[in-house]
Design a binder for this molecule. Structure first.
Ligand code: HEC
Length: 116
């Protein structure tokens, strides 16, 4: 009888474990677009994906926030990263940014592309 009770307990704990996993999305599925600021979120995305070609010694320095704000305002920033028609897809010759990074850039642009 003791063994049966133990088995019962074990199966319950397995069950609840499984249940928990189902309710909690894995970190891969979470895209946290809250508190998107230029310094904490956007700058690192640009640094990691764009500065290699658009750095300080290039005509279009994307490390300069004013340049980036200009491209946000005229719509080009969002177009190039979403590979829209009529603009060269960016990052050039590299994989598209993750959906989450694109979502964060959009949040930043929609909030006025602030230098925050
Ligand atoms: C491998 C080099 C490279 C990388 C990485 C790169 N770019 Fe570019 N980018 C270029 C070149 C070269 C051009 C000029 C247009 C062309 O030749 O396609 C350009 C042009 C642009 C333009 C101007 C488009 C236009 O129509 O005026 C924007 C905006 C831009 N890039 C944004 C970005 C952003 C944002 C990233 C990062 C997500 C990025 N680029 C990453 C090389 C790169």
């Amino acid at each position: 009888m003791k063994k049966l009770a133990l088995l019962f307990l074990i199966s319950i704990s397995f069950y609840s474990c499984k249940d928990e996993k189902k309710d909690t999305p894995s970190p891969d599925n979470i895209c946290d677009t809250a508190n998107v600021t230029y310094s904490n979120v956007i700058k690192p995305i640009i640094s990691n994906n764009c500065i290699v070609c658009h750095g300080a010694t290039t005509p279009m320095n994307l490390g300069d926030v004013a340049t980036l704000q200009g491209l946000a305002a005229n719509g080009k920033l969002y177009k190039v990263i979403t590979h829209a028609d009529g603009v060269p897809p960016m990052p050039k010759n590299n994989p598209k940014l993750s959906d989450c990074d694109i979502a964060k850039v959009k949040v930043w642009i929609d909030a006025g592309a602030q230098n925050n």
